[in-house]
Every structure is written in structure tokens, then in C-alpha cells.
Design a protein around this ligand. Structure first.
Ligand SMILES: *[C@@H]1O[C@H](CO)[C@@H](O)[C@H](O)[C@H]1NC(C)=O
Length: 318
């Protein structure tokens, strides 16, 4: 009995390993479910057309978007490509060159690409809570529990394990006195968060747990802006070397991170944080961005100041 159990565990571990390995390899043409081009969808659905579920949960569009609760709108089916090969071509055609240059796993420019990941349209397509709207200016968030964007990110948490490096970038517009969440890595169903990038009290903050260690680190940018209720444009980012230092990027300059609480033991025991959430925090309205986000990106290396500026410029091209 004991042996059987071990064998079974071993098989499951192997399967997970294989699954995660394929996540990291760079396959040019995977057969994927791809939503129709946003631009091809009927414009009177100005809001709902951006909901991934609307476009993709119909029988012909499976997998990537099936987690959305939204029912398909039959009108969107008309834009379905005729054959598999068309589908693959379109996947290839829409990957942006800057993604490879800056090692981006995620790149969203909502005004032009809707909820599609411009770094690799076959992965991490977002879906939208019902209170979030998208237009040419970007994704708009309000103080409402249904205001957020989410994507399933299977195996993604490996990019943040100890020994790795990563960077996050956000271009947003919001009042400068909010406690607003740009990004969390979280459980898809449960309410635990392993990582949190947000703005609060003149600082940008990053909160990180590593369940396997377990370890907990909270850093902040220092007072890089003043508290104000007027809406301002913000280009913010952070780089994180899990062996050491973090840096923050704000409106063109880099700032070394300040440790906001000493390294300590984490409290999380689970390591399955397989979703990303943007613009909101676990359906808690007071942590909404309360403004718009035009761009979001994540890289698997430390971006330089010049590279953040390059990314910011790419995000402006709308
Ligand atoms: C960031 O830079 C932009 C463009 O220069 C400016 O409009 C904005 O006010 C700045 N944001 C803050 C919070 O200072």
C-alpha cells in the first residue's frame, strides 16, 4: 500500500514537472485557442467584446478562456478563422518584437490588444470582472468588487522562486492618494496572495512570500511622489533579484528599494498561486486602482532604466 502511494506520488510529480517544462520551452507554433481579433468584433459591444469569455468560451474557442463565467455571444463566432493553420499564423503574427528583446512573459497594452498577451498570445489571456471596462485609453477600474482583470498562469510561479530575477512594469493614471493594487499573484479560487505590487502613501510597495522556504519580504520605493487627490500619469516598475536587491522605477528614474519589514518567515504553506490579478485585490473595493491602466508587463530578468523607458515608449504608441 505504502509503495503504491509513493509510486502514485512520483508519477504525479513527474507529470507536473513535464507540464511545467513545456511552459518554459520556446515553441514557435503551439496549437492554441485564440480569441477573435478584438478589432473584428461588433463595436456595439464596446464593453463586453473585451471579455475573454464572450469571445472564447463558445465551443470553437476552448481552453485558454474557458475559466470565464461569461456566456458566449453568438455574434462573435463569425470572426473565427477557417482553419487551424490560419490560427497559428495569427498567433505568430501578433507577438511583439519588444517582448523577446526584454524577455517579457507578459505584455498587455489594453487600448490596442484588448486582453491578449502581446508577448505570447497563446498564453495568459486575461478575463475581466463585470465592473471593468476597456477602451482605447486602457482598462478602467472602479471601487467595486467586480473590478479586476485576471488570468490563469499555470506554472508561472516558478519564475519567482529563490534564485530567479524578474521585473514588473505598469503604466497607469489614478489619484496619488490611493491604496491601489497593480498586480497580485494569487490562488485562483482561494484568497491567498503570494506577491503584491501596489501604490500607497507616496511609495510603491512590493510584498513577496516564498512558500517553499518559507520567507516573506516587503520593500518600498521611498517617497517618490506626493500624496494628492488629483489624477496623474504614473510609469512605475520594479526589478527583483530574489538573492538580494530590488529597485523601483518611477517616471524615468530608478530608486534602490528600502526594506520595509525585515526578512522573516512566511506564513503561507501552499505554493499553488496560479492566477494573476490586475487592478484589484481579492474583491476588496478599497484596494482598487480607481483609474486606468494602459499597460502591464512582466520580464524574467532585471530591466535597466533605459529598458523601462523603452517599454514606456512602446506603451505610449496607441
Ligand atoms: C509622471 O510623469 C508624467 C509625464 O511627465 C507627469 O504628467 C506626471 O504628473 C508624473 N507623475 C507624478 C505622480 O508625478
Amino acid at each position: 500500500m505504502e509503495l503504491k502511494r509513493q509510486l502514485l506520488f512520483c508519477c504525479i510529480s513527474l507529470l507536473q514537472l513535464l507540464h511545467c517544462r513545456s511552459e518554459h520551452s520556446s515553441i514557435g507554433f503551439a496549437t492554441v485557442a485564440l480569441c477573435p481579433d478584438i478589432s473584428a468584433l461588433p463595436s456595439r459591444h464596446a464593453k463586453s467584446k473585451m471579455l475573454c469569455g464572450t469571445a472564447c468560451s463558445a465551443p470553437t474557442w476552448t481552453a485558454t478562456c474557458s475559466t470565464s463565467p461569461v456566456r458566449p455571444d453568438s455574434a462573435t463566432l463569425a470572426t473565427r478563422p477557417a482553419r487551424d493553420s490560419d490560427l497559428r499564423q495569427r498567433v505568430r503574427a501578433s507577438a511583439e518584437p519588444i517582448a523577446e528583446q526584454l524577455s517579457l512573459k507578459m505584455l498587455y497594452r489594453f487600448g490596442t490588444h484588448g486582453l491578449e498577451n502581446a508577448a505570447d498570445p497563446s498564453k495568459y489571456r486575461l478575463w475581466s470582472g463585470s465592473a471593468t471596462t476597456i477602451d482605447a485609453q486602457g482598462a478602467h477600474f472602479v471601487e467595486d468588487s467586480n473590478s479586476f482583470l485576471m488570468a490563469a498562469t499555470p506554472c508561472f510561479e516558478g519564475f519567482f522562486n529563490v534564485g530567479h530575477k524578474f521585473s514588473i512594469f505598469v503604466r497607469a493614471k489614478h489619484p496619488m492618494n490611493i491604496d491601489g493594487t497593480y498586480m497580485t499573484m494569487r490562488e485562483c479560487v482561494g484568497n491567498k496572495v503570494s506577491q503584491d505590487f501596489y501604490t500607497y502613501d507616496r511609495n510603491f510597495w512590493h510584498d513577496m512570500y516564498w512558500p517553499p522556504q518559507p520567507k516573506y519580504v516587503l520593500t518600498k520605493s521611498g517617497n517618490v511622489f506626493t500624496r494628492s487627490s488629483s489624477v496623474a500619469l504614473v510609469s512605475s516598475g520594479m526589478t527583483y533579484d530574489t538573492n538580494g536587491a530590488a529597485h523601483y522605477f518611477f517616471n524615468g528614474s530608478m530608486h534602490p528599494a528600502m526594506m520595509a519589514s525585515p526578512d522573516s518567515s512566511g506564513t503561507l504553506t501552499n505554493s499553488r498561486f496560479q492566477c494573476i490579478e490586475l487592478g484589484g485585490y481579492l474583491k476588496t473595493p478599497r484596494y482598487s486602482v480607481r483609474g486606468s491602466m494602459s499597460c502591464f508587463a512582466m520580464s524574467t530578468r532585471l530591466l535597466t532604466q533605459a529598458e523601462f523607458v523603452q517599454l514606456d515608449n512602446w506603451c505610449k504608441q496607441v
